[in-house]
Design a protein around this ligand. Structure first.
Ligand code: C2E
Ligand code: CA
Ligand code: CA
Length: 672
């Protein structure tokens, strides 16, 4: 310890008080400022804490620490809107009587403290806290040098029944509860050191004993920056939490954090951002709803447990894993810990344990790279899930990464969906007709295909909105509109050369969930006095396969009334030719796009031939769609198809164009 004569100290303090806002010597044990008297002795003067406007001794006196440790200590203190930096240097002062007085020289300098500075310091403090307590699963509450509560983890909010984020309220509850006297307020040095004690906690329904720890935080330069308490429920050492009835801090099945805790924890980590970049990985089991019914609930639980265990492992020390609900898990980890290949390998190990001939378990992962830390965590999860949606039809384990374009697409989709109802009211949907051409190259029918004249987006193709409407359960409204529009068109064609031309309408697989298809179509047709044989109904092969019995009944009812039923997109699904004999449709529509992906492919031609032959044997004429070239038309003719539909002949077009092109201008004018 540096030793000075009393004159030297006097002279030094005089000099230093020009540089510092205050320079003084203190006796930290007695909390007094010392003065160098004319008699060559040091004397106790006022209390040292008076300088800080305080009535009682300081809680975190760094001068005491400095004296006890016999080395310099630094600390910040807030005083009258300023952050004061205090350097405490232990010294010995030689007095006139030859004795030495051990005391501390305090050099205080202040800066005007701004709000940004405070925020920055709190942030640094939380980083210190995370570095010190990271991975500890117990309640942690942290205060800055102004005794403001700057952080508490979800467990602490839980204990004190304070809503998440309400730090000021939490501080009130906490300081009322915490028994600081255990740190020794009697003025001894114990106050200054970290301390641990047991304290009863009777907040909530149950009384219990808790371990409480008090710890100080010092920055890299040894400056006292704040302090925190740890609260630890002995009864629950593993979780370190305080589960109240009805509130879980850990999902009992998987050991993962429940939704709200996960959100809170991720937000906390991001606020402290020890790692530069993070990713959020969402996990979803494809068709999990079938797992329980196929294999039983126990098996379902086992899958969730195994995945949960792996995600906890993946989260490791620096991350968090949570269960949002059901089979939806999320893992938040530093970006450099994301090893896609290794992850997919582990996932495959897990899923392969559950493979069976009837079901292949598959897990889809969506990754959101956290580019916007201010985004609420729930929205980060949404983005990771948006990536999963892009692979929803994939039947193997797969990972997809979120891109901003996905969000743009999702927003566009939701805009399209939300404008649907008003679009129907404003007749923005239009019937386009694509001709069907017989072998003799005359027109033999037309397919009605919908187009949306969107006021903002222009002409929309079915691919841009039909899948959305199907998923949203709205497709039946559009289909019913189209059936009505085609019935109305056929009624205006009565007595014209188009009178005999059949028009096909599409029936979506989803329509049957919402409306009585038979009732809806026959009502239009009856009311408008249309010959049912003019109305052809297209039902896709995949729809038929989804519920063969139901559709067979429907098809039979329609056919009894004279309607012509066509199986659409034959060859796109998994059904075999044998299914044709069970379904009593009139016409088979084949799609070249499905059946003959490349023209050089002889196998494609062979398959087509056998399908056409089979249809012939069953007495079903065939229409082949997707004909784009002359050679295709020739080949199909040779293979025996009965009619064509395709861009080679014509694209779908508005009704007036169709009438003018195939029936002449007079017809159009007459029909106008
Ligand atoms: P789809 O029923 O198989 O209709 C045939 C589709 O193939 C039409 O596409 C047509 O434009 C297209 N196409 C015709 N010839 C060719 C060709 O030579 N090459 C190629 N590449 N494509 C050709 P579009 O109009 O875009 O309709 C797509 C799908 O949307 C339809 O496939 C149908 O499944 C659905 N759709 C259209 N209108 C309706 C409707 O009113 N209700 C329902 N539920 N679905 C509809
Ligand atoms: Ca069709
Ligand atoms: Ca088709």
């Amino acid at each position: 310890m540096a030793r000075f004569r009393i004159e030297e100290i006097k002279e030094m303090l005089g000099r230093l008080s020009i540089i510092y806002d205050a320079a003084r010597i203190v006796d930290p044990g007695k909390c007094t400022v010392l003065q160098c008297g004319e008699d060559g002795m040091v004397h106790a003067a006022a209390s040292c804490y008076g300088f800080w406007g305080k009535q009682t001794r300081c809680r975190h006196c760094s001068s005491s620490c400095a004296l006890a440790a016999a080395h310099n200590m630094e600390k910040d203190e807030v005083h009258e809107g300023k952050i004061c930096h205090i350097l405490s240097a232990p010294v010995e002062v030689e007095q006139a009587d030859g004795t030495a007085c051990s005391c501390v020289m305090e050099l205080i300098s202040s800066n005007v403290r701004s709000e940004e500075m405070r925020v920055m310091r709190d942030r640094e403090l939380i980083q210190l806290l995370v570095a010190k307590t990271g991975g500890i699963r117990r309640g942690v509450v942290c205060f800055n040098i102004e005794d403001e509560c700057v952080y508490a983890n979800p467990e602490v909010f839980q204990i004190f029944r304070v809503p998440h984020g309400e730090l000021a309220l939490l501080k009130e509850f906490f300081l009322t509860w915490v028994d600081d006297s255990r740190m020794g307020e009697s003025g001894d040095i114990a106050l200054l050191s970290d301390a641990e004690w047991k304290q009863e906690c009777n907040i909530g329904s149950k009384k219990r004993m808790c371990d409480v720890g008090y710890h100080k935080l010092f920055d890299g330069e040894g400056r006292f920056s704040g302090y925190y308490y740890e609260i630890y429920d002995e009864a629950d050492p593993l979780m370190g939490g305080f589960p109240e009835e009805g509130v879980e801090l850990v999902d009992p099945l998987t050991g993962l954090m429940p939704r709200e805790c996960f959100f809170q924890k991720v937000a906390d980590i991001l606020r402290c951002a020890v790692h530069p970049e993070y990713v959020l990985v969402a996990s979803n089991i494809k068709d999990f709803k079938f797992v329980n019914s196929l294999f039983g609930k126990e098996k379902g639980d086992e899958i969730l447990r195994l995945l949960g265990k792996y995600y906890r492992e993946l989260a490791g020390e620096h991350g968090v894993a949570g269960r949002l609900h059901g089979d939806q898990f999320v893992v938040f980890i530093p970006r450099d810990e994301l090893m896609p290949n290794a992850i997919m390998e582990r996932i495959s190990e897990i899923t392969s344990k559950f493979d069976s001939p009837s079901f292949k378990l598959c897990v889809h992962l969506g990754v959101y790279e956290v580019t916007d830390v201010s985004l609420p965590v729930s929205l980060m999860c949404d983005r990771a899930n948006l990536a999963i949606e892009t692979i929803q039809n994939v039947r193997v384990n797969q990972m997809a990464v979120y891109k901003d374009s996905l969000l743009k697409k999702a927003l566009q989709d939701s805009e399209i969906l939300s404008s649907f109802t008003s679009a129907l009211e404003h007749h923005e949907f239009e019937v386009y007709l694509q001709p069907q051409i017989a072998k003799d190259r005359t027109i033999c029918g037309a397919e009605a295909l919908v187009r949306w004249n969107h006021p903002k987006r222009g002409l929309l193709m079915p691919g841009q909105f039909i899948p959305l409407l199907e998923n949203a359960g709205l497709i039946y409204q559009l289909d019913a509109y189209m059936w009505g529009a085609v019935a109305a068109l056929l009624s205006t064609w009565k007595g014209t050369p188009m009178e005999d031309l059949p028009v096909s309408v599409n029936i979506s697989a989803r329509d049957a969930y919402y409306i009585d298809i038979y009732q809806t179509i026959t009502t239009y047709v009856r009311k408008l006095g249309i010959d049912p044989t003019r109305m052809h109904l297209e039902i896709t092969e995949t729809a038929l396969m989804s519920d063969r019995i139901q559709y067979n009944e429907l098809i039979d009812k329609f056919r009894e009334q004279g309607y012509v039923v066509e199986i659409d997109d034959f060859g796109s699904g998994y059904s075999s030719l044998a299914m044709l004999k069970d379904i009593h449709a009139d016409i088979l529509k084949l799609d070249l796009g499905f059946l003959m992906p490349s023209e050089e492919d002889d196998r494609g031609a062979l398959i087509l031939k056998s399908v056409i032959d089979m249809a012939k044997t069953l007495g079903m004429p065939t229409i082949t769609e997707g004909v784009e070239h002359e050679e295709q038309a020739k080949l199909l003719e040779k293979l025996g198809t009965d009619a064509f539909q395709g861009f080679y002949f014509d694209r779908p077009m508005p009704v007036p164009d169709f009438v003018e092109k195939y029936y002449g201008r007079e017809c159009l004018e007459r029909n106008a």
